[in-house]
Design a binder for this molecule. Structure first.
Ligand SMILES: [Fe+2]
Length: 253
């Protein structure tokens, strides 16, 4: 994962914000909800924040911006909408942007919200997926349609297997319990359950995670995996219908 350091910052109940920085101390922030732990980490490590990147307009991804901007007025805020306070640069699908330490390609992923974007750094093989992709799950579809969310997830499914994903919430165990509940062959998830439980025991976190595991186990993301194919056959449904079936069941889980 290159020369970029990524510090995971717990926010609110189960949100994650990220500070990524290089050896020169240049730093960028993803989705700040609470400013205090971020400002503390930045000061304690002599970092200089150049940019804040926002994935979507929900307040649990943006509410820290104002205080950070007050403390560091020169910070540039990038977001998908001019309605998000303090936005200087509005980003849209396929934009290529440079921060002080890396470059991102913007992928528009409507579904959870209509404005949702994710940040892909192909060179460093990292993806900040906000509330579009979670480990073993995906975001609820609040503003867009199921078709839009399905298409958005397909765009992630096309990225390289060795991409490391940093998502917006720690929902992994709940997602795992759900999927074990849904499929008849629960033991197919034993390996990944052990891996996740080990990670949670070590750090209380199951992020980041790799896209190849998701392609294998996340049935919201990939409906062509061996597991997904078996489930589709069982239920006699196609790929989109599997996604729809899972999303609707998960909403009530
Ligand atoms: Fe959200």
């Amino acid at each position: 994962m290159s020369s970029i350091n990524i510090k995971i910052i717990n926010q609110l109940n189960d949100n994650y914000s990220y500070i990524f920085y290089n050896k020169n101390g240049n730093a960028c922030i993803i989705d700040p909800a609470e400013s205090i732990p971020i400002i503390e980490y930045v000061n304690n490590n002599n970092l200089k924040i150049s940019d804040i990147f926002i994935t979507h307009h929900h307040s649990d991804h943006t509410s820290g911006v104002i205080e950070i901007k007050k403390k560091f007025p020169e910070v540039n805020i990038h977001s998908p909408s001019s309605n998000i306070e303090n936005t200087r640069f509005v980003l849209k699908n396929n934009d290529e942007i440079e921060s002080s330490i890396n470059s991102f390609k913007i992928i528009s992923t409507p579904g959870h919200t209509l404005d949702h974007i994710i940040y892909h750094d192909k060179y460093n093989k990292i993806l900040f997926s906000g509330d579009t992709l979670f480990r073993l799950g995906c975001g609820r579809v609040f503003e867009g349609s199921l078709n839009q969310m399905y298409a958005s997830l397909q765009r992630i499914n096309e990225l390289d297997d060795d991409t490391y994903i940093f998502c917006g919430h720690e929902y992994t165990l709940s997602n795992l319990n759900f999927i074990e509940n849904i499929i008849s062959k629960k033991d197919l998830y034993l390996d990944i359950r052990l891996k996740i439980e080990r990670e949670l025991e070590l750090s209380d976190k199951s992020v980041p995670f790799r896209l190849d595991d998701e392609k294998k186990y996340n049935l919201f993301l990939n409906q062509e995996s061996l597991i997904a194919k078996a489930v589709k056959k069982d239920l006699n449904i196609d790929s989109f219908e599997l996604f729809k079936y899972l999303r609707e069941k998960k909403d009530k889980f």
